[in-house]
Write a protein that binds this ligand. Structure first.
Ligand code: FES
Ligand code: FES
Length: 160
């Protein structure tokens, strides 16, 4: 066990964990941030996606020791002052989920895409979201939600 200080959703959090424990496990089981989901545990489904320095990252594949000195954002960190992020609001408005298990990862992948590409084409959206699997098959609505979020987000300075 070692102590790590993680920058999670803008807060400095102290946690004790084995250095090779996955960030996913630390978030869910030690920090009680259960919005990040466990799907396959081997980088194939995207359910565990979080932002590391703004990049969509599979937290099941990242050791907690590698996440030190990065800015980690989970689904719990997107809403600010009671207001959903543009991507969260767009997913709600488009009804882009059924069971919702894939939704946190989808929203964080979409957030990462829209930080890089303000007005993505449908092809760019599909490519960026390709590694996030939805067992319920809500892909058309997810694509519609990302397009809606692009319209909602300010062109510059969108941080979440
Ligand atoms: S749980 Fe990480 S990619 Fe599936
Ligand atoms: S909404 Fe059920 S897995 Fe995507």
């Amino acid at each position: 066990m070692a102590e790590f200080i993680l920058d999670v959703n803008g807060a400095q959090l102290h946690v004790n964990a084995p250095a090779d424990e996955s960030l996913l496990s630390v978030l869910r089981n030690r920090l009680n941030l259960t919005g990040t989901k466990y799907g396959c545990g081997e980088g194939q489904c995207g359910a565990c996606t979080v932002l590391l320095d703004g990049r969509a990252t599979r937290s099941c594949l990242v050791a907690v020791s590698s996440a030190v000195n990065t800015k980690i954002f989970t689904i719990e960190g997107l809403e600010q002052n009671g207001k959903l992020s543009a991507v969260q609001q767009a997913f709600l408005d488009e009804g882009a989920f059924q069971c919702g298990y894939c939704t946190p990862g989808m929203i964080l992948s979409a957030t990462s895409l829209l930080h890089r590409t303000h007005n993505p084409t449908e092809e760019q959206i599909v490519e960026a979201m390709n590694g996030n699997l939805c067992r319920c098959g809500t892909y058309p609505r997810i694509v519609a939600a990302v397009k809606r979020a692009a319209r909602l987000m300010p062109a510059k300075g969108a941080s979440r």
